[in-house]
Design a protein around this ligand. Sequence first.
Ligand code: F6R
Length: 613
Amino acid sequence: MCGIVGGVAERSITNILIEGLKRLEYRGYDSAGLALISQGQVLRERRVGKVANLEQAVLDSQVTGSLGIAHTRWATHGKPTENNAHPHISGNVAVVHNGIIENYQELKDELEALGYMFSSQTDTEVVAHLVNHALKTAPNLLVAVQQVVPQLKGAYALGIIHTDYPDELITVREGSPLVIGVGIGENFISSDQLALLPITNRFMYLEEGDIARLTRDSIEVFVNGQTVERPVKELDATVSNASKGEYKHYMLKEIYEQPEAIQQTISQALNGNALREDFLKDAELDFANIQQVQIIACGTSYHAGMIAKYWFEQLINLPCHVEIASEYRYRTPVIVNNTLYVCISQSGETADTLAALRDTQKRAAAKGLDITTMTICNVATSSMVRETNHSLLTLAGPEIGVASTKAFTTQLAALMLLVLKIGQVKNAIAATETAEIIADLWHTPKVILDTLQNDTAILRLSELFVEKNHCLFLGRGTQFPIALEGALKLKEISYIHAEGYAAGELKHGPLALVDNDMPVVILAPQDDMLDKLKSNMEEVQARGGELFVFADEHSGIPADKERQHVVYVPQVSSLLAPIVYSIPVQLLSYHVAVLRGTDVDQPRNLAKSVTVE
Ligand code: F6R
């Protein structure tokens, strides 16, 4: 979603802003803009479309300055037009914003009554006018912003500059991510530290409600007008692990990074074929008390949660519920004592998941209930990690492609580690079984590597999808969520309509869709459900459907049958099969999207980090 970059330096920061915006492109956007303060003026450029358009405009106009803010906009209020693109200006104030000002209409009415003219349909423009208006009485820019913030309802990260304050960048964080990049004689802000990695690896993470004033040499953070200390952390992420390298797309690179990513994730928890003594040590007392698990997540992360439900219940007999955060947060779920609430999120900033977490915490506290919260996340510094009692990191490295791949499979690996840990604490799983599963986990990166060898075969299959408009994915047991995930991947990047179903549901409706033109993808590992799945395949074929089967090499599913295309997947334990069977569905979606010429890494209308609801 919208991305912010800003900075105050001695040197010109125009290129830093443009490069920063490019590194935020993955978040999804439809227009871009920047404003710089130079010789008492606000210089602004905005363009619809890619950052490259803005870059060209900046080259043509030669705007330059050492104080500036820049933005990629993902339209919420008002279409993606140049007028709606940020920064928004009122008088000598320029503002960029990520999030939504929910009471903007009310504020707009008041401002219009005061004579302020609006040139956009955005909610953001009210902030620019409000700061401009506050400055009529406030002694300085910081105080003006401090007066405006309590009037805003909603979620927002802001970057604000003014011509009279040519060495000052004011920033606000309330419900949308924002990080300060600490330089030497220069300081920066961004929605994601990735944007600033080429210039610094030292970051200050703002808390909700923080307002900060950055100059070249100082960073002051205020809460309710009082200064507070926020530590500076050094990050070991490098620029290179956030670049495409030799790969054509980030998504492909990230698919291929999965063996290593999983290895990293499990290595933090394992010692030989046992869990490390210190793994989630702090959580042991809480785990001992829990009676059930409630998982909350969105999209792909929700699919990971669905798989974990099978594991929690089958392996350690612990009831587990899973729900989409956007639904969970708006009903009135019963908060049950001794429940472990697990948020699963690549970014740790997803608005619905975060809101569901906060609401649960608030309601549990109000009722005096004893609950434990935990985040499984890829971003150590994210809001969710900071706001839950415990966290387990997926060490996948930055995931840039909008379509989640390595974040998903590392979530699965992390969830299995969590199941084993809770099982161990509660004495709910035999040590021998734990050791066997751990041995299989260690083996998984190798099985994925072998599965990746099928890339060319899957490319060939994908050629048969290019002209299709619809597709079904079928699986049973833990492959049902993989069917959902395969369908999600295909639709989000290739724009082919796809649905995932539990294969047993076929005759309860979707079978009516099956005809000569309907490709049906089957996920067929060697497990207890294989024979039933084979019957489902017969049902499809009897109606003229064309099967695309990812099958265990020992499944006995023949490759030479008419209208049946089979890619054999190396043998894997049935428990961990969902991790491995994610790979062929990712590759299939990727190749279909490339052949259809879509924007694989930044599919239309989607954003990587969904920080507004
Ligand atoms: C799909 C995808 C999304 C995310 C969802 C939640 O490929 O990436 O469905 O999984 O937006 O995001 P996180 O995991 O950051 O909470």
